[in-house]
Design a protein around this ligand. Structure first.
Ligand SMILES: Cc1ncc(COP(=O)(O)O)c(C=O)c1O
Length: 512
């Protein structure tokens, strides 16, 4: 397997530091609970290896009220993430093909990638309300397809699937001899009534869920998979036994207590999440800058910055300003392999006061984050430095001088990046190869160009000074040129890598 860390985990609020975030709208669960808030006191438990499948009483609680399932169909896992890992690693190999919905909870995409299996993505579109088109799934099936993987209610959009669509997928996968994996981690918070546990609809269907999201206890790492096929269950149990033998006695004790109060906990939670959705709806639905698809369940939604509203300085600056100036953290689109014009907003985790008070619900401050005139550019030095994104152009450039009049020069083919006219003559900056092919004999200062991706304002103060100073400390000469949109730094050819390293340090320092 080839493991890569996912942006959503690298940039997770717990990795960034909760204490650095005032309004945390990036979470995908309800408010984190504590033993105290749940009224629990852990007794003197015997800390043995418990039943490998998970405690019988706990497994009975997991399927309580569901027709056609028994506790033998349940395997307790280390969170839903543990279940997804067991399923992917036992069912998919390099020769298999997976059909999976995108965007998605990142692990549903990344573990199959790490396994090296072939993947077809079914991309959900904002324009069609993020709804899954079963005919697209059908069209993606190949002879080596093994698994179809969906998530409902969906993360990051919060949209739900109808029973009709779920039934159509169950039938499609059965007809084709495939496994249907249904990530139901948010199903307990479904605003219009929850779908049946998908695993009850066929023994080729696997349901995955956990206590992390709807019950706010991700810290006990308790989830499960449900499936009626004994031979698959045997494989999943073998995988669990090789990973951890059994689960945590303490986690299972807590889980059992929480699930025995399931109805009471969920009815209060669903009521509250509906109210919270209305707080967000009241803001977004009359907002000029954003659009959304109203979520049907879960605790997240996935607003989109409307076309034509480019935040001042670009999207990286927007998110930086949102966090560093206004203390508000959301999950940008790249967490879900989509453009950062989307962001995931979690409305279930912060307190109501934080949700209402957060910048995103406060139209006055919030609209100042966007530039109504998209061409003004960023002015704030700390934001400029933290989000400048230096990009090294691999080509070598040279400076040329000539006394010939400008209109006699082959500008169309010489393609100068820069033309400076002075009394003594004209300076042109172009690539070394174009200079040579045009017969320029004595080019000077072979150099590399580093461009800053951020759209800086021409009136910004201090950016060039900060960069020149930093490079000066490393003995790197710099020639900085500001275009209307971006700044460009020409550094000696042999020092380009050093310059990039120095600029990366500058970015890191500014982020702090
Ligand atoms: C859809 C979905 N599935 C699974 C998980 C994993 O959750 P956990 O392992 O905490 O149960 C998440 C977490 O964000 C999720 O959103």
């Amino acid at each position: 397997m080839k493991y890569n860390r996912m942006p959503i985990e690298i940039e997770a609020p717990e990795e960034y530091g909760y204490e650095n975030i005032k309004y945390n709208l990036s979470e995908s669960s309800i408010t984190d609970q504590s033993l105290g808030s749940l009224g629990l006191q852990v007794p003197d438990l015997k800390l043995l290896y418990n039943e490998h499948q998970g405690g019988t009483a706990l497994r009975k609680l997991v399927i309580q009220g569901s027709e056609g399932l028994t506790h033998e169909d349940v395997l307790i896992t280390t969170g839903a993430a543990g279940a997804l890992f067991i399923i992917a690693s036992s069912q998919l190999s390099v020769n298999d093909h997976l059909v999976v919905v995108r965007p998605n909870y990142a692990t549903n995409l990344e573990t199959p990638r790490a396994l090296g299996c072939e993947i077809s993505f079914i991309d959900l579109a904002f324009e069609t309300g993020f709804q899954l088109d079963v005919s697209a799934v059908k069209a993606a099936i190949k002879p080596n397809t093994k698994v179809v993987s969906i998530t409902t209610p969906h993360n990051p959009t919060g949209t739900g699937m109808s029973l009709e669509t779920l039934n159509a997928l169950v039938a499609l996968t059965k007809d084709n001899g495939l496994i249907l994996l249904v990530d139901e981690t948010y199903a307990d918070i479904s605003f219009d009534g929850r779908l049946p546990i998908a695993a009850s609809l066929g023994d080729h269907v696997i349901s995955v869920s956990s206590l992390s999201k709807s019950y706010g206890i991700p810290g006990i790492r308790l989830g499960w998979l449900i499936n009626k096929n004994p031979s698959l269950q045997e494989t999943f149990l073998a995988a669990k036994e090789q990973i951890s033998i059994s689960g945590s006695v303490v986690d299972e004790w807590i889980a059992e207590r929480v699930l025995s109060r399931k109805e009471e906990i969920l009815s209060a939670t669903i009521r509250e999440m509906k109210d919270r959705r209305e707080i967000v709806a009241a803001w977004i639905e009359k907002d000029d800058l954003l659009e959304w698809v109203r979520p049907d369940g879960g605790v997240v939604c996935f607003p989109h910055i409307k076309k034509g509203f480019e935040p001042a300085g670009g999207l990286a600056a927007f998110y930086h300003r949102l966090l560093h100036k206004y203390g508000t953290y959301v999950g940008p689109g790249h967490w879900f392999e989509l453009p950062d014009t989307f962001f995931r907003l979690g409305y279930g985790w912060p307190t109501i006061e934080e949700l209402k008070g957060s910048l995103l619900c406060s139209p006055h401050v919030y609209s100042s984050l966007f530039s109504m005139a998209p061409t003004t550019g960023e002015e704030d030095l700390s934001i400029l430095l933290a989000t400048m994104q230096p990009m090294l152009d691999p080509r070598t450039y040279v400076f040329l001088t000539t006394k010939d009049p400008l209109d006699s020069l082959p500008l169309a083919t010489l393609k100068p990046q820069l033309v400076v006219q002075e009394d003594e003559g004209t300076t042109l900056v172009t690539t070394e190869s174009l200079a040579e092919s045009h017969g320029f004999k004595e080019p000077v200062f072979p150099c590399k160009k580093i461009s800053l991706k951020i759209h800086s304002s021409l009136e910004a103060v201090g950016l060039i000074a900060a960069i020149s100073n930093r490079l000066k400390n490393d003995g790197i000469s710099t020639n900085v040129v500001s275009g209307y949109f971006h700044d460009h730094i020409y550094v000696p050819k042999g020092r380009a890598e050093d310059a990039m390293r120095a600029l990366a340090d500058l970015v890191e320092e500014a982020k702090k």
